[in-house]
Design a protein around this ligand. Structure first.
Ligand code: NAD
Length: 349
């Protein structure tokens, strides 16, 4: 299959390099960008350069278009590509809100073309480890999850600092983290309370926290920070029979689970800790718990595009489904509404 890329900046070039290296059944044949100086780079990389995106979607040789422009252009570009007979892979956040995405999904259905979103962080190893532990139910059902990405570079890079372009961390990292969480449970999302901070950016959120509640009783804290100098674990997950952490993207971490039939005996006397007397918060005796390593897993991002190829033949196989991305965009709409109203918002997503 032949693929064209609209937007040949950081991520557009990343798609090109990685497809070339890892997916032999896709040939990147053309790119387009409003920065005409990128023609040189395209030539060096052996692909055609179109000065306008219309020339690219009118190229009859191209089967699939990947859209990697700033977020505010995604909807219009996706619709034009679909209308001109292309299958479309769109970068995240797929659109600026859920209404825009509904329009795109309707066009994809009318044109009978594949439409998917590059939610590549479903292939992150840390996330796959979390999924695996929860699927095995080794430490019971989760009732509280913390999912965090924390950095300290503060400033939003380029267009990410502007509201009109869909800048800010809710759209940027929030979309990934919401997509991961919404694909961990089938339970509907019933409330969202968002706290957005604009510490360094005039227009957009540069740090945020959101507390999500699901119908099955699960609560989730999602946090993205750009002004954090002491990081917390990437994942901290509380289940009924144990707790586990994935500390970082290198997937250090551990599972602490209760031993079977190891009842804890309470002392009659109060326990003295360095912070004074307490029974409830005194350390648990070691004989009641067991510490395990996180499972070792392999993950290959290129499965994303391999699945796109399979799904062009058989739509039933699509992994990142537009309807799932619609749930994510509805969650994003609700977090902005929550912050505007200054309260948690009930929802059913
Ligand atoms: P970037 O600024 O590096 O590149 C964007 C490119 O699009 C620029 O070259 C710009 O000139 C071009 N452009 C702007 N408007 C255009 C238009 N109307 N038509 C054609 N080209 C246009 O930005 P980026 O970091 O590559 O981000 C691009 C997209 O990729 C965004 O949606 C972003 O959220 C997404 N992204 C995804 C991931 C991921 O992990 N999935 C990572 C980074 C960025």
């Amino acid at each position: 299959m032949k693929l064209g890329i609209i937007g040949y900046g950081g991520m557009g070039a990343w798609h090109h390099d990685n497809i070339k290296e890892k997916i032999k059944s896709i040939e990147v044949v053309a790119v387009s960008d409003i920065r005409l100086e990128l023609e040189e780079k395209a030539k060096e990389n052996g692909v055609k350069f179109y000065k306008t995106s219309a020339e690219l979607w009118n190229d009859k040789d191209i089967d699939i278009v990947t859209i990697a422009t700033p977020n505010d252009f995604h909807k219009e570009l996706a619709i034009n590509c679909l209308r001109n007979g292309k299958h479309v892979v769109c970068e995240k956040p797929v659109t600026m809100n859920s209404r825009e995405l509904e329009d795109v999904i309707a066009v994809a259905k009318e044109e009978n073309k594949l439409f998917s979103v590059h939610q590549n962080r479903r292939w992150d190893k840390d996330y796959l480890i979390v999924k695996e532990i929860l699927k095995n139910k080794e430490i019971g059902e989760p009732y509280y999850i913390e999912s965090r990405v924390q950095g300290s570079r503060r400033a939003m890079h380029g267009w990410r600092g502007y509201k009109v372009n869909g800048g800010g961390m809710v759209y940027d990292w929030g979309v990934h983290l919401f997509d991961q969480i919404l694909n961990l449970t089938e339970s509907p999302l019933v409330s969202i309370h968002g706290h957005l901070f604009s510490i360094f950016s005039e227009e957009v959120d540069d740090n945020f926290k959101a507390l999500l509640r699901f119908e099955n009783g699960l609560s989730v804290l999602v946090e993205v920070a750009t002004n954090c100098f002491i990081n917390q674990p990437r994942w901290h997950i509380c289940c009924k029979e144990g707790t586990f952490t994935v500390e970082d993207w290198d997937c250090n971490g551990k599972i602490v689970k209760l031993k079977e039939n190891s009842e804890m005996k309470w002392d009659n006397d109060i326990v003295y800790t360095s912070a004074g007397p307490t029974r409830t918060m005194a350390p648990r005796p070691d004989y009641t718990t067991i510490i395990e390593d996180l499972p070792e897993l392999e993950s290959d991002w290129s499965d994303y595009y391999k699945n796109i190829l399979e799904s062009i033949k058989d739509r039933g196989k699509l992994i990142v489904k537009p309807e799932e991305c619609l749930r994510v965009m509805k969650a994003i709409d609700t977090i902005f509404l929550s912050w505007e109203k200054g309260t948690a918002i009930k929802c059913y997503i």
